[in-house]
Structures are given as C-alpha cells and as structure tokens.
Design a protein around this ligand. Structure first.
Ligand code: NAP
Length: 296
C-alpha cells in the first residue's frame, strides 16, 4: 500500500487521516499546532515536525489546510513538502483554494518531478468523520487512477472532473449552490418559528419532500436550537465565496444569491467571534435583518 504523509489536522483533516489509518495506510502526520496530532500518534501515526518531514519517503502527500497562501506555504515554503518529496510522489491538495493558483502550483511541481491532484471535498465534518465525502478532482488521469484507492479511504463519490484546477472549479459550483440553499433554510426556519410550528418537526417533514437538502438536514434544527458550534467556520465559507466572486467578475456574471449571503456573513463576522461560528450562524444575520429571533 502507498505510504502517506498527511498535512493539516483541522476539523476535516483529523477525521480524514483517521479513516486512512483505519483503511490500513501507514501515515506520517504534520500539523502546525502539533497537539492536534496527539490522538493520531497515539493510534500509531508517525509524527512529523515539518511538512518536509511529512513528505519524506512517502508516495502520496495530502494537504488540507485553510486557504491558497497556506497551501503554498506548506508545499513551497521553508521546510515545505516539496523539499522532502521523492521524484514521482503525488501531492493531493484537498483544501478549497483558487483554481488558477492550483494550476500554477501543479506546473511548478511538475518541473520538480512531483505530480499534483486537486481534490477538494464536500460533505462537511460529518462526511469527513464517516468517510462519505464527495471528492472532486483535477489533474492527469493516470495520476488520478494511481491514487484513487487512497481517496476512497476518505470518500464515497470520487470523480475526475478534468485537468489541474477542475476539482477546485467544481468545488466553487458546490459552494455557490450551498450558499443560497443555506439562506433558504434560514428563511424557512424563521417562517416556521413565526407560524408557531414545531420547528424540529418541520425539518423532519420537509426532509422527506422536495425541500430536502444537506443544509436542511445538517443545520435546520441547529438554527432554532441556537447551536452555532462550527462544523464549517464562517471565516472559511467567506474564503470560498471570495473565490467564487473572483470567477463571477472574470466571467461578467451577476450572482445575487451569493452576494446576499456574503454580506450577511460580513455582518456575522462583525460580531465578537462571529467568524468562528459554524455556517448555520447565517441565521443570526437574518434575525438582525428581520428584527426578530427564531423560537423553537
Ligand atoms: P480548520 O479546522 O480551521 O483547519 C485548518 C487546518 O489548516 C489546521 O490544521 C491549521 O493548522 C492548518 N493551517 C492553516 N494555515 C496554515 C499554515 N499557514 N501553515 C500550516 N498549517 C496551516 O479547517 P477545516 O474545516 O478542517 O478546513 C480545511 C479545508 O477544508 C479548508 O480549505 C476548508 O474550506 C475545506 N473544507 C472544509 C469543510 C468543513 O465542513 N469544515 C468542508 C469542505 C471543505 P492549526 O491547527 O495550527 O491552526
């Protein structure tokens, strides 16, 4: 089995790495805040002190960190993964980042004899824990085929969408659809509350019909229960919206739904600790706009 270096043990990375270990892969793990690796090390992962060490001797190096500059830092920075990569190694970036920066990174890596696949994910913290992520990939077909079993260790639906950057472009489409859907769920829960309905029952009933969505299932009840604990930080959702808005400008488009959600998230980010709330915190912005709160 391929040996794996895993860089980034945040909400997503920690569970994804744990699933790869369960699938029998030998893992070397690196996280900037080392303590987040303790549990995996206790279960048998080797600890790396730098991204370079995480790459050394491994066939596949997975990165899942926050934003484009963070991926650049862990790959190309001092003591970065590239310094430790052997020729022919594959770097699989599973973070959500810029598609054009991904294409540049893949070209730089190719010059150094290292392959790259962009493989951002959808399915949230639950999908990461349960190993049911949807993984959308970009890169060379033969390289994708060579690492497919590794990806199936973390996800259920694994698809090559095209060349380098196509995975990230697909992920932008995903975030565009999710953003407006999340706003729809907020408005739905507000209405249910004002109509005096049992809001949890509304989620259950609607989840059996045409209003069913991952956003409804994951967040409908949490909104009315005022549970804003993060599965996906608002700060990170705003990073994704920024990436989509760059494409919207490039293609001369007009995305009102996304723009509204972006501004509503701006308002929540303005609250103390707002950016570190989960994306269901969008409901707080709707409450501010409506001048009233949701009740269960
Ligand atoms: P997270 O919990 O905030 O984890 C971010 C990870 O990146 C942490 O391990 C952090 O290290 C590391 N990191 C950030 N900047 C770094 C840098 N400059 N150098 C080294 N390490 C750095 O976020 P997450 O929810 O796991 O998300 C990770 C990626 O997956 C993001 O691109 C996000 O958009 C995407 N994603 C998230 C979800 C979700 O539902 N959460 C779903 C799909 C995709 P420290 O621990 O030291 O801070």
């Amino acid at each position: 089995m391929q040996k794996i270096g895993f860089i980034g043990l945040g909400i997503m990375g920690k569970s994804m790495a744990a699933n790869l270990m369960k699938a029998g892969y030998e893992l070397t793990v690196y996280n900037r805040t080392a303590s987040k690796g303790d549990e995996l090390v206790a279960k048998g992962a080797k600890r790396a002190l730098t991204p370079k060490e995480a790459a050394e001797g491994n066939d596949v190096i997975i990165t899942i960190v926050s934003d484009t500059p963070d991926v650049e830092r862990v790959i190309f920075g001092e003591n970065g993964a590239l310094e430790g990569c052997k020729k022919g190694a594959v770097i699989v970036d599973m973070s959500t980042i810029s598609a054009s920066a991904t294409r540049s990174m893949a070209a730089r890596l190719e010059e150094a004899g290292v392959e790259m696949i962009d493989a951002p994910v959808s399915g949230g913290d639950t999908g990461a824990r349960e190993g049911t992520l949807t993984i959308m990939c970009g890169g060379k077909e033969e390289v994708f085929e060579s690492i497919k079993p590794v990806l199936f260790g973390m996800g259920k639906k694994v698809t090559l969408m095209g060349g380098h950057g196509a995975g990230q472009a697909t992920k932008m489409c995903n975030q565009t659809a999710i953003a407006s859907c999340l706003l729809g769920v907020c408005e739905c829960m507000m209405l249910a509350s004002k109509e005096g309905l049992d809001c949890e029952k509304v989620v259950e009933v609607l989840s059996g019909g045409a209003a069913q969505s991952a956003q409804m299932t994951a967040y409908g009840k949490r909104m009315v229960n005022r549970d804003y604990a993060a599965g996906f930080f608002i700060d990170l959702f705003q990073k994704d919206i920024r990436l989509v808005m760059e494409a919207v400008r490039e293609h001369n488009l007009c995305f009102q739904g996304l723009s509204t959600v972006q501004q509503m998230f701006n308002a929540v980010q303005g609250m103390e600790g707002g950016g570190q709330l989960g994306s269901q915190g969008l409901a707080l912005a709707l409450e501010m706009m409506c001048g009233t709160k949701m009740e269960k």
